[in-house]
Design a protein around this ligand. Structure first.
Ligand code: PEP
Length: 256
């Protein structure tokens, strides 16, 4: 059985008082979830160390960003070592918003992955095609390029500390999730690409999350798909009740 994750990406949302409220509500709504599901949230960087003791121990805290540099004269950046030293468990890398906003290149993303895996951090590597690429029909080779450039420099042992998140850009924050057949097609193809590079054993235990307007209404249908191993959730993670409902749908669909 592959590990199942439901990760809330808080993005640049929530003032401090709202973070406090959300943490309190998450404690109430999430306490009955089994420990077999991995739950994570990614607050904005300054909140990370203060949020940790406010959350139940089984909700892991991750970072939305990490520097490609190791340390030193990099004003405005946060290193993997610094995040690790705070007890941060994982970091997002390659989110489409960061790729677009900061012009992150394939090489820079690959470097961020390597820097992170030098520490105890796990990596949630995000990939996804634009509407234009989807409509061109060439989306699988586009995604193959993103995985190859960002991850295929890793050896199999390192790859086991990576989680992939497939997030079609046209479904992020739009309220329109991809259709179940579209999601399964891509996830199955991604697992095949990983099998070709790293072998069946790595591919079959490798978690691939879906992200893009996951909400309580479509969560069960998404988690029912064979090659979906959880979700990266944006908007719906800002309310404890909807985030908990998504996590519960994962537990029930995957029978964990
Ligand atoms: C995201 O930003 O990773 C995301 C999936 O956002 P949303 O759920 O709001 O589409």
């Amino acid at each position: 059985m592959r590990k199942q994750y439901v990760i809330g990406n808080w993005k640049m949302n929530l003032a401090w008082e709202e973070v406090l409220d959300l943490c309190g509500e998450l404690k109430d709504f999430m306490h009955s979830l089994p420990k077999t599901i991995s739950i994570g949230v990614t607050p904005s960087s300054p909140y990370i160390p203060v949020v940790m003791p406010l959350l139940p121990a089984h909700i892991k805290v991750g970072s939305q960003m990490v520097s490609a540099m190791e340390s030193g004269a990099c004003t405005g950046q946060v290193s993997a070592k610094q995040l690790d030293s705070l007890g941060t468990v994982f970091t997002l890398i390659g989110h489409s918003e960061s790729r677009a906003l900061w012009n992150e290149s394939d090489q820079e993303l690959a470097q961020k992955v390597s820097q992170s895996l030098e520490t105890q951090l796990e990596v949630v590597f995000c990939i996804g095609e634009s509407l234009e690429v989807r409509e061109s029909g060439d989306y699988l080779s586009f995604l193959m390029h993103q995985i190859k450039a960002g991850l295929f420099h890793l050896d199999a042992k390192q790859m086991k500390r990576v989680i992939l998140a497939y997030e079609p850009i046209w479904a992020i924050g739009t309220g329109k999730s991809a259709q179940p057949n579209q999601i399964q097609e891509v996830h199955q193809a991604l697992r095949g690409m990983i099998a070709t590079q790293y072998g069946e054993e790595v591919a079959n235990s490798f978690s691939i999350l879906y992200g893009g307007s996951v909400k309580p209404e479509n969560a069960a249908g998404t988690f029912a798909l064979e090659d979906v191993d959880g979700a990266l959730v944006g908007g719906a993670s800002l309310k404890a009740q909807s985030f908990a409902a998504i996590a519960e749908a994962c537990v029930s669909q995957k029978s964990i």
